[in-house]
Design a protein around this ligand. Structure first.
Ligand code: FNR
Length: 364
């Protein structure tokens, strides 16, 4: 049930597959006899210097996979000179994540509930000294994650006969289950009673959503925040231009890892039109299907400033605990480093479209 929650996508999971397919349809174009003895990876993103072009993206309910939850992402990111984005749907509260690190992380806002609810979340994030506000706008309703529905996933997770059998047939899971604190939407406790309910995940969040939001509401949210705002979850040039018009300092091209609308192009397929539309004015980030350093290099070559990863850090946390997340960042950093050397690019700032070639006829 927990694996399916992390790994799964919406409906036929076509968008999930497209995210990976899009990377497979872009190849690297190596140059030789370039001095690649130094290969810096530092990037400036949302007015902040990061030591590597990878950000740990916002994912809710991380305690489902390990008791350390979202705090582990913040600690690992700080150690590697980058940041994590703390989700509104985090299972560790904004305050507890902020207390685990010295460097301010970014905070992700789900514009759930009414303006008073949103204001309360923003006030708390401000008090925690979060720096960049990431507003996620691709969840007007919850995508149909059929595996979660089939598994009867609830918040907090409940053990029914089927999951009990699952656990009993995997004795090693038992220890984790016993250690796991109750998994809830920590940031909504007391604010939205539904969030503590025991209905299915989709039903619980459904009660909090506000599908009526428009660009006017986003403009209001931007005005509430004193730092930079990154709009996450758009896939078109038109939306990217509007984001810039309302004052966003960055956009994240994202289809929510294929967990929302099914039948979308891969995120990398949409990167080109967004970079062409707003890349000169604001930072363009990308997520969806980034699994290797080569993927990061491809996205940067095509105009992204940095990539976010979602599932990879949850897999890492599940497999290796907090150290697993550190190991993930180490692996990605090493892969980017080696790839830069092997394709003759002395640093991520030397990447441009001539570093890749695109399979003819690829894309949409
Ligand atoms: C997410 N994602 C997400 N996004 C967001 O803005 N707020 C959130 O609370 C969550 N929660 C969440 C939970 C889980 C379990 C997953 C896997 C994803 C989406 C996430 O930020 C990101 O867009 C995708 O995960 C990127 O795709 P990859 O890296 O998982 O392929």
């Amino acid at each position: 049930m927990v694996f399916d929650f992390v790994d799964g996508g919406a409906e036929d999971e076509a968008t999930v597959r497209e995210n990976r397919r899009a990377f497979a349809d872009v190849a690297l174009r190596p140059r030789v006899l370039v001095d690649v003895s130094a290969r810096p990876q530092g990037v400036r993103v949302m007015g902040q210097d990061l030591a590597l072009p990878v950000v740990l993206g916002p994912t809710g309910l991380a305690r489902m996979v390990h008791p350390a939850g979202e705090a582990a992402a913040a600690v690992a990111a700080e150690l590697f000179g980058t940041v994590s984005v703390v989700s509104s749907g985090s299972s560790v509260s904004f305050e507890d994540v902020a207390a685990a690190v010295r460097v301010p992380q970014w905070f992700q806002l789900y514009p759930w509930g009414d303006r008073a609810t949103i204001e309360a979340l923003i006030d708390r994030a401000r008090a925690c000294r979060y720096r960049t506000m990431v507003v996620t706008v691709d969840v007007p309703v919850v995508g149909a994650r059929e595996k979660d529905l089939r598994n009867g996933l609830t918040v907090p997770p409940r053990v029914d006969p089927r999951t009990a059998w699952d656990v009993l047939s995997h004795p090693r899971w038992l220890a984790g289950l016993v250690r796991s604190p109750k998994v809830t939407f920590a940031n909504f406790a007391g604010l939205l009673p539904d969030a503590r309910g025991t209905s299915g995940l989709a039903a619980a969040t459904q009660g909090l959503l506000n599908p009526g939001h428009t660009w006017d509401d986003l403009a209001w949210m931007v005005a509430q925040w004193d730092g930079p705002v990154l709009l996450k979850g758009l896939m078109t040039a038109e939306d990217a231009r509007r984001a810039v018009d309302v004052g966003c300092a960055g956009v994240a091209v994202s289809n929510h890892g294929g967990r929302q609308a099914d039948s979308l192009p891969g995120a990398l397929d949409a990167l080109g039109e967004v970079v062409a539309a707003v890349g000169e004015q604001v930072d363009v980030l990308l997520d969806g299907g980034v699994r290797r350093g080569t993927d990061v290099v491809k996205a940067l070559a095509l105009g992204a400033r940095a990539c976010l990863v979602g599932r990879p850090w949850l897999y890492a946390l599940a497999a290796g605990g907090p150290r697993g997340v550190e190991r993930l960042l180490e692996v990605l950093r090493d892969e980017v480093d080696r790839t830069l050397a092997l394709i003759g690019r002395p640093g991520v700032d030397t990447l441009d479209p001539s570093a890749v070639c695109v399979r003819p006829g690829r894309g949409w």
